[in-house]
Design a protein around this ligand. Structure first.
Ligand SMILES: NC(=O)c1ccc[n+]([C@@H]2O[C@H](COP(=O)([O-])OP(=O)(O)OC[C@H]3O[C@@H](n4cnc5c(N)ncnc54)[C@H](O)[C@@H]3O)[C@@H](O)[C@H]2O)c1
Ligand SMILES: [Zn+2]
Ligand SMILES: [Zn+2]
Length: 371
């Protein structure tokens, strides 16, 4: 079939919204009508080139839709099912999946190729070229063909323009606190960067029983929203946060620091280490440019105060368990997704959406792919 998609042909260029050819789903694959997709900063990293990938590529990995057709051997979903995508594949049987770390599935290794999970060939083509898919999904499109291993069936009553956020922003920010940070009730938590991902770290910290929640962001509107989402204190940068956290905690600093700023930079880590208390843990969600980063870190402080720095991918969560769980919390009013959708766009306006993201005007922009 033919469908429309946002394709990146060259780094540094904008998305080209154009007609593409979509082949039928093969073994273990499904065709999904994509209803909604969020604009995550990782897609912006793709255009800038800090996130390496094959080109040309259909962008988008934070999405939800309706299964239209299934290929042979598909057992996880049926036509008509509503699905939220997992931005990481989970085969279910590799040692990582089998030990409860689906976000680290061994199949992740083929993500960079952007080709189908099963056989590393393409179902998407345009202008005579095979197209790669961001996170093997390519949700900046009206339809996509993907592996059933990245489809999580969800309750049909949940609006898909909200559910799509759980695919990446929510699972990442929430899980960074709940799974990766080792939070205990009464801990003080700092979230550095309260955009689409960080706002969910704030919500998780509140839900998990944090005492003080410090939200750090240079954009005033994000700080205001963070206060509504459960932050108790705000600061406009790492320097001002230091004085604030020191005063409020009597110098003990924070037990958990979640880093969800737009881009991870080596020079931000030392100020973040200073915000972290004894035995405290820094959870790094933000993506840095691929490759080694120059880093100046007070290793004496790290050792003497037994601080930890850990990375976290997709909230260190098992998507097949976590996505329905988070949507259940949304349905019961514990997790706010509604105020996170600050603006919606049509697929053809996706570049305007990214300009808004980079300009700090969006919390989460959502593209309504069928409008
Ligand atoms: N680890 C994962 O699995 C995963 C998943 C999704 C996104 N990410 C990464 O997480 C990061 C956040 O993504 P997002 O979609 O929420 O981006 P976003 O643009 O919505 O939010 C980033 C926020 O950081 C703020 N910021 C910029 N500089 C700052 C600074 N010096 N101090 C504090 N805040 C600052 C911005 O104002 C913005 O509010 C990106 O690097 C993205 O690639 C990682
Ligand atoms: Zn993302
Ligand atoms: Zn696996």
């Amino acid at each position: 079939m033919r469908t429309e998609a946002a394709v990146l042909w060259e780094r540094g260029k904008e998305w080209s919204v154009e007609m593409i050819e979509l082949a039928d789903p093969l073994q273990g694959e499904v065709r999904v009508r994509i209803e909604a997709t969020g604009l995550c900063h990782s897609d912006a990293a793709l255009t800038i080139g800090t996130l390496p990938s094959a080109l040309p590529i259909v962008g988008g990995h934070e999405g939800a839709g309706v299964v239209e057709e299934i290929g042979p051997g598909v057992t996880r979903v049926r036509p008509g099912d509503h699905v939220v995508f997992s931005s990481v594949p989970s085969c279910g049987i590799c040692p990582s999946c089998a030990s409860g770390h689906q976000n680290q599935c061994d199949r992740l290794g083929i993500m960079g190729s952007g080709r189908q999970l099963a056989d590393q060939t393409a179902r998407h083509t345009a202008r005579g070229h095979d197209l790669a898919l961001m996170c093997l999904l390519g949700t900046f499109a009206r339809h996509s063909v993907i592996s059933e291993a990245q489809c999580v069936r969800v309750d049909q009553g949940i609006p898909l323009d909200r559910a799509c956020l759980v695919s990446c922003a929510v699972i990442t920010g929430w899980g960074a606190v709940v799974h990766a940070s080792g939070i205990r009730p009464g801990d003080d938590v700092i979230v550095v960067g309260v955009g689409g991902v960080g706002m969910n770290a704030v919500q998780a910290a509140r839900f998990a029983g944090a005492r003080r929640i410090f939200a750090v962001d240079p954009v005033a509107a994000k700080r205001e929203l963070a206060l509504k989402c459960g932050a108790t204190h705000v600061a406009d940068g790492l320097d001002s946060a230091h004085g604030l956290v020191k005063a409020e905690t009597g110098g003990r600093m924070a037990a958990r620091v979640v880093v969800t700023m737009d881009v991870a930079r080596g020079d931000a880590l030392q100020p973040i280490l200073r915000l972290t208390g004894k035995l405290g843990r820094i959870v790094l969600c933000s993506l840095a440019a691929a490759g080694p980063q120059p880093l100046t870190l007070n290793l004496f402080d790290l050792t003497m105060r037994e601080k930890q720095i850990v990375g976290s991918l997709s909230g260190s969560a098992n998507p097949n368990e976590e996505i329905p769980r988070l949507l259940g919390l949304y349905q019961d009013g514990y997790l706010d997704l509604d105020t996170q959708v600050s603006q919606t766009y049509r697929l053809e306006d996706i570049n305007a959406g990214f300009r808004d993201l980079k300009g700090g005007r969006n919390l989460r922009g959502v593209v309504l792919c069928q409008s």
